[in-house]
Design a protein around this ligand. Structure first.
Ligand SMILES: [Zn+2]
Ligand SMILES: [Zn+2]
Length: 128
């Protein structure tokens, strides 16, 4: 009787371990395509950025109410050799490499969800 009970616990532990083992590979398999789809895009030249290719931006906190992100561009539109055309997503103006975009986010909600305001031509108050 006692040994049967131990076998049962052993079997249950084995099933649990198996379920955990099953669970984790499935989760990582589900997460991977979502990551691939969410490739960051340069808001200036609309190039999809691969891992390691980063947007050049600077973040400035304005009190604890707003976070201002100045986006300067990506390796494709900030290069000296054949830079890609840079346009403002708000006013469609063609921008030089010195001109940046400004976006705001609310750190109390989600500091990563940026709302794009524009460039120095259509949103000059963001560059003061
Ligand atoms: Zn770019
Ligand atoms: Zn603009």
């Amino acid at each position: 009787m006692d040994t049967n009970y131990l076998y049962l616990i052993g079997a249950l532990a084995g099933i649990c371990a198996f379920l955990f083992w099953m669970l984790f590979p499935i989760q990582s398999a589900v997460q991977k395509p979502a990551e691939v789809r969410k490739k960051p895009r340069c808001p200036l030249c609309h190039t999809e950025l691969e891992k390691g290719e980063k947007l050049r931006s600077s973040v400035m906190e304005l009190g604890n109410v707003e976070v201002r992100t100045t986006i300067k561009g990506c390796p494709y539109c900030l290069t000296e050799k054949k830079p890609r055309k840079r346009t403002c997503p708000v006013c469609r103006a063609v921008l030089s490499q010195a001109q940046a975009l400004v976006a705001y986010s609310d750190p109390r909600q989600d500091r990563k969800s940026l709302s794009m305001r524009g460039c120095s031509l259509c949103y000059p108050q963001g560059f003061e």
